[in-house]
Design a protein around this ligand. Sequence first.
Ligand SMILES: Nc1ncnc2c1ncn2[C@@H]1O[C@H](COP(=O)(O)OP(=O)(O)OP(=O)(O)O)[C@@H](O)[C@H]1O
Ligand SMILES: N[C@@H](Cc1ccc(O)cc1)C(=O)O
Length: 519
Amino acid sequence: MPAASSTFFLGGSNQRLLSSSFFLTTVFKIRTLLLPTHSTNGYHHHRRPRLSGPNCSFSSSSSSPSSSPSSVRHSQETLATQLIHRPNVVEILEERGLLETLTSDNLRSACSDPTLPPLRVYCGFDPTAESLHLGNLIGIIVLSWFLRCGHSAVALVGGATGRVGDPSGKSLERPELDPQTLERNTAGIVDTVRRILGRRNAAAEEDRFVVLNNYDWWKDVKLLDFLREVGRFARVGTMMSKDSVRKRLESEQGMSYTEFTYQLLQGYDFLYLFDKEGVRVQIGGSDQWGNITAGTDLIRKILQPAEEGAAYGLTFPLLLKSDGTKFGKSEDGALWLSHSMLSPYKFYQHFFSVPDADVVRFLKTLTFLSMDEIAELESKMQRPDYLPNSVQRRLAEEVTLLVHGQEGLDEALKATDALRPGAETRLDSETIERIAGDVPSCLLPYNQVLNLSLVDLSVSTGLLETKSAARRLLQQGGLYLNNSRVTSEGKKVEAEDIVGGKVLLLSAGKKNKMVVRIS
Ligand SMILES: Nc1ncnc2c1ncn2[C@@H]1O[C@H](COP(=O)(O)OP(=O)(O)OP(=O)(O)O)[C@@H](O)[C@H]1O
Ligand SMILES: N[C@@H](Cc1ccc(O)cc1)C(=O)O
């Protein structure tokens, strides 16, 4: 085993140099010079593990302020006049329903005390699917709130932990993913996180977040080193008492040693990021509590930071569907954040049709609208002249803009308009083709469609089950051809109904659509 020369944690003066890179405004850079500088996060650590492993790429990104006495004196003077007020991110999260539990209430003051440096916070995502989903968006939003309040953020992709599988909330062992799938999933997640966190385009904020992959530090860690340096500090009794373990031990399948160790991998990530990247806070959904506290425990026992330099955990409530189950990637009908897995139109539609009872909660948790504006929208919903779903429209616009950008929102609005029965928009074949990915479609030969009655077409395409159902709907005014209401029972498909000679759109009521492609 390599000796201390290849230590995992940089020691001494190197760490002093690293400590400044996290505090990007002048005053924060200066502030770090005033703190004890034994570690990258600017606080004393008494012990440090010495796992062999790479000196990770981020170590080179640091700047190196001078720490001469004169610059310290200068910085103290500057500090006196430049204390920066940071909004209290914990209070903001709390009033928006984004706070479940804190490992320590001290985080409330640590996050807004102008005499302390801003915090660095991280949230991890395992690459177990090609895209993140709506539930994961909460973690990105909480990171974004920290950024908006002047802190900095790390989004972590679990290239290593994804190989093991988090047992939290899972009743069965996870299937193993091959390296190509993990790589593809990682790329998808990195892309989504960058896109959404960078959405505000505020240069200052862009500089304050990075995306890291824990495989970068895990790939060279040796088992014996890990057991000696970290495993010794983890108590089996505590590990067994975690929800994720207890529930699985009660199940028929039990739990593998591999998944049992997951909490230590995530725990060690926190310790590593705390020491190397100055990360002080880990956030996650409430299902992550056991893994997050595994990290704060390791940091406390191994690094023994002084109280003012402690590590914190913060969890937020899981976003639940109306049936009480969590939005997740493994659940049916996941609301994916990636354009290629779910179109912006479908994403938008989901929010457009959330029940009135949920809309205010979603505005608070999924948008950055001010609480005043949300209260105004809420009171609008109580007025007699309230136009149904207009608050949902606002929600859908905000969330689609955040996730898919202006282009995605425009695409969603265009498709929504085109698919509205009775819409003024004249449908061209291009518009119909564009929405074909979002509604069921079928392929029929030209001569089979031409001159076919609309009632027969509705049944042969599978849009409606029986001719009598089609007739009934037509009589009630609910059957549409290319967005125009069909009024005559004898109406047959004519050549000009086939848009561009290629396609037509049938609608049964507001929601059921069928794109008929002509071969
Ligand atoms: N519905 C949800 N609401 C809020 N946070 C969520 C939700 N689902 C997942 N998260 C959070 O997203 C982060 C990453 O979770 P993860 O990658 O395990 O997603 P997941 O949906 O739980 O995956 P899987 O379904 O495979 O368990 C964690 O902090 C987790 O708590
Ligand atoms: N365990 C988290 C992902 C994660 C991975 C590594 C971490 O260090 C932190 C979080 C999840 O599956 O939801």
